[in-house]
Design a protein around this ligand. Structure first.
Ligand code: TXE
Length: 479
């Protein structure tokens, strides 16, 4: 075994309490590397380092922060093929998707390098004579960032970049399954000119390091992306000690397809939204809500497209869909496929585990028809290449079904009717609405987030990110 990749705390690379193998889901005999994990004590040391760095970093000139983030962005771009390959190898998304995600990370650091220089306040006249009022924004302090496995570099980027841009110190705890991209990103950040302690990588388990971060009194805020169950814990821990929290959780995203839709557009939105990235996106379309007259043509065309997709090794450039991330997630996907059938759904395509040249977690994309909105397959997030079709009679029923979920992240509609598109944009209960576009796939410079059970707290990304990563101060001066 080569020396394990270590954590980065207080400007030093440090050992953990154990080292764990990072396994390639396309080929389980391929070990990407060994990565250390720390424990509560390691987390405490990182909090202390971050706390010590905060006074200077929070008062650094914006241009110093700009330079750091710009440097990170430039290096990510310069190494995007290599980093994209690492990402695809450890997570299982295709090489093209991996390189695309790394590019996104570079763009995000570039965007926030600019935002450092744009942070402004307001001056107002007071209602009292001779008094001036200033409204400014200040960093919060030490911020804990907890990320999931499905976007191993983009989600860390969209939390780390704004946290640092606005002068906070960072504790970064990546998901256990994807330490490789997290480590590579951290190694770039470590050389970008930050003072020791401003950025810390704390790889470790959710139950130990993650939970310790939630409980630590010196962690001022937590930004979390992951499951609803863990999100609930984060919210409860934050409320208990008045720490600020921001949660991005699941989705059960609808794609409405009306009779007047362009069929080719509807099919492409479905294939891309439901099955690319192996369906492992919080914005994935999992419920296709289709009106009567187009239903059968739509299903036939989707099945035809599914037949042409290649599920194989993520690093094979001809692969369209890579493997599921690990054994546990594959078991969850297969379980939902059984549940959907038991509830009366008709499996019109796929849903079988596949074997390939190398042992991996390959799953044929699955499509169900004749499903009802209240079935579990239409209420619970599967998080795999599994989608269902719900037949409805008209737009009004489609909208009601689309909104009839506890989630509200992204909602899409395929239609050529301006009237319905406009109504849907206004009335879909979702944080993001897509017209003739897949529910997944968003820009890096505009807000990202949902409503209802999908998100909690201020939006991520774009200039809206400052709502979470800064605190407002109102100062009065008698002149
Ligand atoms: O999520 P977790 P997992 C869904 C998806 C998936 C399921 C489980 O359905 O199958 O969640 O995935 C950290 N205190 N999504 O197990 O556990 C953990 O270490 C603090 C959907 O990966 O929520 C990791 O870094 N932190 C979602 C992060 O939380 C804790 C994306 C997420 O892990 C912790 C991911 C604790 N007590 C999963 N326990 C989406 N929709 O984007 C765990 N963690």
């Amino acid at each position: 075994m080569n020396a394990p990749f270590r954590n980065f705390v207080g400007g030093e690379w440090v050992e953990g309490v154990e080292a764990v193998a990072n396994i390639n889901p396309s080929d389980t005999t391929d070990i990407v590397g060994h990565y250390v994990r720390t424990d509560r004590a390691g987390l405490d040391a990182a909090v202390a380092a971050a706390k010590a760095a905060f006074p200077a970093w929070s008062r650094s000139v914006p241009y110093a922060r700009h330079e750091v983030l710009k440097k990170v962005s430039d290096e990510i771009f310069a190494r995007r093929d290599e980093l994209g390959r690492l990402l695809a190898r450890e997570e299982g998304k295709t090489l093209a998707e991996g390189i695309g995600e790394v590019t996104r990370a570079g763009q995000i650091f570039g965007f926030f390098a600019g935002e450092c220089l744009r942070l402004a306040g307001e001056t107002l006249a007071s209602v009292r004579p001779g008094v001036g009022v200033e409204v400014t924004r200040e960093p919060l302090g030490v911020i804990g960032l907890i990320t999931p496995w499905n976007f191993p570099i983009a989600i860390p980027a969209w939390k780390i970049a704004p946290a640092l841009a606005y002068g906070n110190c960072v504790l970064f705890k990546p998901a256990e399954l994807v330490p490789g991209s997290a480590w590579a990103l951290s190694e770039i950040i470590a050389r970008a000119g930050l003072p020791p302690g401003a950025f810390n990588l704390v790889m470790g388990s959710g139950a130990s390091v993650g939970q310790a971060m939630l409980d630590h009194p010196d962690v001022a805020a937590i930004s979390f992306t992951g499951s609803v169950a863990t999100g609930r814990r984060v919210a409860a821990a934050g409320a208990a000690r008045f720490a600020r929290v921001q949660l991005e959780m699941g989705g059960k995203n609808p794609l409405v397809i009306l009779d007047d839709a362009d069929l080719a557009t509807a099919v492409e939105c479905t294939i891309n939204g439901a099955f690319f990235s192996t369906g492992q996106r919080c914005t994935a379309s999992s419920r296709m809500i289709v009106t009567d007259a187009i239903h059968d043509r739509f299903v036939d065309a989707v099945v035809e497209r599914l037949r042409g997709l290649k599920v194989d090794d993520a690093l094979d450039p001809t692969t369209h869909i890579g493997p599921v991330v690990d054994e546990g997630q594959l078991a969850q996907d297969l379980d939902y496929i059984r549940v959907a059938e038991a509830e009366g759904g008709r499996r019109v395509f796929g849903g079988e585990r596949l074997s390939r040249a190398r042992a991996g977690f390959y799953l044929e994309p699955a499509l169900f028809t004749e499903t009802a909105p209240d079935m579990r397959i239409n209420r619970e997030e599967v998080f795999g290449p599994v989608a269902s079709v719900i037949r409805v009679k008209d737009y009004e029923e489609a909208l009601a079904v689309a909104n009839g979920t506890e989630f509200g992240l992204s909602a899409g509609i395929c239609t050529t009717s301006l009237k319905h598109a406009t109504h849907f944009k206004r009335n879909a209960e979702a944080g993001m609405v897509m017209v003739n576009l897949p529910t997944a796939g968003v820009d890096f410079h505009v807000p990202f987030g949902g409503r209802k059970g999908s998100s909690y707290g201020p939006r991520e990304q774009g200039s809206y990110a400052r709502e979470f990563y800064t605190v407002v101060k109102t100062a009065y001066t008698l002149s």
